[in-house]
Structures are given as structure tokens and as C-alpha cells.
Write a protein that binds this ligand. Structure first.
Ligand SMILES: Nc1ncnc2c1ncn2[C@@H]1O[C@H](COP(=O)(O)OP(=O)(O)OP(=O)(O)O)[C@@H](O)[C@H]1O
Length: 461
């Protein structure tokens, strides 16, 4: 397949993964400029679009291309220039590109020119296997249940419902189940989908009047894994269809694995009958890893990147980033990138340099959770005892949620810490509050103005 065709396939997959507006604005006018040594260069019409792609869509693009080619792919972005193809990077760009490629796509045994396979039906990411999953006290139950399900689908734990905070390994475990089950019984029909893909497939089928096809596709699967099920909350027809799919699979003795950022009882707007189905299987949670596990995970990621990371660096990073493994991984990537770009060895000094954003650090050092609560209280003319108290009036709830949002954004506090600062609230309440504000900020000008005003109070304008 030629670059043009690959990109066509990738775009049609991406179209189902991102919102329509995002697809139209950022992805439709892109091109695959080159694909060499498992590194794809994607071109966009201008540098703003390149920035957007890099910051928002690098991960889904990388995932899609990896699925299409069947191996890890690195991506980079360039401005499309019709006079001069971006295929001849300057030496400096070349160095950066090599660093990025090594980071994101560990060298495969044979770095061949592109050779395509059909998009695998199962949707599994080759990086997420049990071999690469570090087991600690935080995830032991979920890991054991996942192994059992892969070895004996639909035996004891059906459905298996894995839940836990952001970036703690739920998706990794789901993919690992699929890989292991297929390795043992290649004839099995395994499929991993995000709940967003499930919803989009359904909408597509309804529009095309092909719901029978949709049903057949989903109801003949032996192991169906649905990621981030909390996103179907509130979507009635998706829930309805999922309920029937669930029952059909369950009754036919098929395995269902579900992940969510919270337990079924904490998913608002989830139909009761689905909730009780979910609770009828095994609920396994994943907690934030302890220091030792974080170090072990970093060591594993270092191995995957093919670099040796000294113990003091592992410990420094593991102490600095406590709650999200994706961030932990991102921090290690930054350190390794810095070392490769400047031909330096990985030392504690370099790690400190890589992870210190001096501006943000300086601001953060002066800022305290109390300052955030005070600023919110002044802005909204609500007293501090009201903010941290039990009141559920709208004129108190909104400021409280703004305080949650800002403590997360400005101080990077964990959900649990934020809950404690605000009168001992549960972390799912905090998550709900933050999401609410994030959502409203997108189209509520008044709220945006209020949040800005609180920030001005915090940073003196
Ligand atoms: N125990 C682990 N061992 C090795 N890597 C891990 C482990 N847990 C998480 N990771 C890594 O952390 C990153 C984030 O994990 P993953 O995407 O599975 O999180 P998630 O819980 O699904 O997050 P989200 O809630 O955002 O969907 C992945 O790169 C994954 O490989």
C-alpha cells in the first residue's frame, strides 16, 4: 500500500475516534508525507495546525498507524510545503526525529520499509501485553482476574469490571487480556473498543440503516472489551443497544470486560439494569501505585526504550510523580529525549533539569490550596466555611467546583487531596466537579470570565 492509501485508511479510522468538529478542523486536510523506518511524518497546512496535531492528536494517530501496520510507529508533524517536500529534514531536525523515533517506536528486529497488513479486527495495541505490565499491591487483583479471564473466558468472572483513576493501567490490562487469549487460542474472536468507538459505530449503523450488521458484528465476539464505559452514561440509545449486546454475549457464554474510571455505582446517569449487570460480575479496582511499584514501572519503561536509567533517577522521578502512570512515563520520555538530543548521559542532574518547568514551579511554590479557596471565596462572595461545608445550593456548588478545578489545574493536587481540602469530599465527587467545569468552560463565557478573574486574584493580574 502506498503512503496515500495508508493515510486514507488511517483517516477513516480516526474519523470514528475523534469528534466530527475536530476531524473536520484538524485532520481532514492532512497528508502522510513520508513513512520510513516506522516513523510517519504527517503534514498539515500551517504551523498552528501542526501544534494542534502534536498536542492533541499524536496519540490517536500513532495508535491508528500502529494498528494498520501491525507494529509500533512513531509520528512527527511538519508544515506542508508544496515547493519543497518536507522529506529532507535539516541535520538538526534529523537528530530530533531520530530521538523521537527511538522514544516512541523501539527498534523492531527488522526495520523494513513499509509493508502493510489489513487493520487487525481485534484493535489491540502490541505494546500492551502482560509481559510489560508490572504487578504491585495496587493492581494485583485486577491483574489476576485479567489473567484468569484470558485463560478461561466466561468462566468465573463475567463481566470483569476494572476501574480506577486516570492513567493507571486499565487500558493496558484490557489489551493484555486480548493478546494472551489470542496467543493461547488464535481462533477466538477478540475485540477491543473504546466506548466512544462503540457509540460511533452504532450511530453510523443507525444512519446507514445497518443495525442488523452492527448487532451481528458485536454479538459474535468471544471476548468483547469496552474501555471507559463511563462515557456512555447519559446516552440512552447507546446504553440500550449495549444492554442487548451484553445480554446476547452473556447468554451465549461469551466474555465481557469493561473498564471505567469509577465503580458502577458512581457512574451518574447509568441505567439501573446496566449497573446491576456490571455489578453481577467481578469488580476489580486499580489504585495509584506505591513508590516501589512506580520505580519498577519506570525501570520497565526504560527497558522498552532500550536505555539504562540509573537508580537515583528512577527514584527521583517516582517520588516526583505520584498518581498517574502515563505522566510517569511522559517524564521518563522527556529525560531520555533530552539526553539523546544533547548527547548527554542520563543523570540525576539531567533529570532535574528535564522535569523542572521553572516558571510553573515558581508560581506553584507560592500558591497554596488555601490561597485558591480564598480567591474563589472572594470572587463569588461565598464564605470559606460554606465552600468546605455541606451546602448544596447552586451558588455554593459552582464556586466549590471551580475551586476543585483550579486546585487540579494550578497545583496539580490529586483528587483525594482536593477532596480533603474541601471538607473531606469523596474523590469521585471531585472528579465529577472538575469534569463539569471543564465541560462548561467550553461554551460558557461567563464561567470563563469568572475563572479568569480568580486566576488574576491568584497571580496578581
Ligand atoms: N502496571 C503497569 N505496568 C507497566 N505499565 C503500566 C502499568 N500501568 C499503567 N502502565 C502504563 O501507563 C500508561 C497509561 O495506562 P493506561 O492507558 O492503561 O491507563 P488507563 O487507566 O486506561 O487510563 P485512562 O483512564 O486515561 O483511560 C500506559 O502506557 C501503560 O502502559
Amino acid at each position: 500500500m502506498q503512503a496515500k492509501q495508508i493515510w486514507q485508511v488511517a483517516l477513516s479510522d480516526l474519523e470514528t475516534r475523534v469528534s466530527r468538529a475536530n476531524y473536520e478542523t484538524w485532520l481532514r486536510n492532512t497528508e502522510l508525507i513520508s513513512f520510513e523506518d516506522d516513523c510517519a511524518t504527517i503534514g498539515a497546512p500551517n504551523s498552528f495546525a501542526v501544534e494542534q496535531l502534536r498536542s492533541k492528536f499524536a496519540a490517536p494517530i500513532q495508535e491508528t498507524l500502529s494498528l494498520i501496520t501491525g507494529r509500533p510507529v512513531a509520528v512527527q508533524f511538519a508544515v506542508l510545503n508544496s515547493d519543497r517536500p518536507a522529506l529532507h529534514p535539516t541535520p538538526r531536525r534529523q537528530a530530533r526525529r531520530t530521538a523521537v523515533a527511538e522514544l516512541e517506536a523501539p527498534p523492531t528486529p527488522s526495520s523494513r520499509q513499509l509493508e502493510l497488513t489489513v487493520t487487525p479486527e481485534h484493535g489491540l495495541n502490541p505494546r500492551y501485553t502482560f509481559e510489560k505490565f508490572v504487578v504491585g499491591a495496587n493492581n494485583r487483583l485486577a491483574h489476576a482476574a485479567a489473567m484468569a479471564v484470558a485463560d478461561r473466558p466466561a468462566d468465573k468472572f463475567n463481566p470483569l469490571f476494572i476501574y480506577g483513576g486516570v492513567g493507571l493501567g486499565k487500558t493496558h490490562l484490557l489489551h493484555a487480556i486480548g493478546h494472551r487469549a489470542l496467543a493461547r487460542r488464535p481462533q477466538l474472536k477478540v475485540r477491543y473498543v473504546s466506548s466512544e468507538t462503540f457509540t460511533n459505530d452504532l450511530i453510523h449503523a443507525i444512519r446507514q440503516q445497518r443495525t442488523d450488521e452492527f448487532r451481528n458484528r458485536y454479538r459474535t465476539i468471544d471476548i468483547l472489551m469496552i474501555d471507559d464505559i463511563q462515557f456512555i452514561a447519559g446516552k440512552e440509545s447507546t446504553q440500550e443497544e449495549f444492554f442487548h449486546t451484553f445480554n446476547a454475549l452473556y447468554q451465549a457464554g461469551k466474555q465481557i470486560v469493561i473498564s471505567s474510571d469509577r465503580p458502577p455505582k458512581a457512574i451518574h446517569n447509568l441505567a439501573d439494569r446496566l449497573r446491576s449487570r456490571f455489578e453481577g460480575g467481578l469488580l476489580a479496582d486499580i489504585q495509584a501505585p506505591d513508590l516501589e511499584t512506580r520505580q519498577a514501572i519506570l525501570a520497565e519503561k526504560g527497558r522498552e526504550l532500550g536505555v539504562r536509567v540509573p537508580d537515583d533517577v528512577l527514584e527521583y522521578v517516582a517520588r516526583k510523580i505520584e498518581s498517574n502512570i502515563r505522566e510517569l512515563e511522559g517524564a521518563l520520555n522527556r529525560i531520555v529525549a533530552l539526553a539523546q538530543l544533547y548527547h548527554r548521559s542520563i543523570t540525576l542532574d539531567l533529570a532535574v533539569e528535564a522535569l523542572t518547568d521553572s516558571h510553573a514551579e515558581a508560581r506553584r511554590q507560592q500558591l497554596t490550596p488555601e490561597a485558591v479557596i480564598d480567591a474563589v471565596s472572594q470572587q463569588y462572595r461565598v464564605t470559606v466555611p460554606e465552600l468546605v461545608g455541606p451546602a448544596r445550593r447552586r451558588d455554593v456548588v459552582v464556586p466549590r467546583q471551580v475551586a476543585m478545578y483550579l486546585m487540579r489545574e494550578e497545583l496539580g493536587l490529586s483528587l483525594v487531596e482536593i477532596g480533603q481540602r474541601l471538607g473531606g469530599r469523596d474523590h469521585t465527587t471531585v472528579l465529577h466537579g472538575i469534569e463539569k467545569i471543564e465541560q462548561q468552560l467550553q461554551n460558557d463565557g461567563q464561567l470563563r470570565g469568572e475563572v479568569l478573574a480568580v486566576r488574576e486574584r491568584l497571580y496578581g493580574g
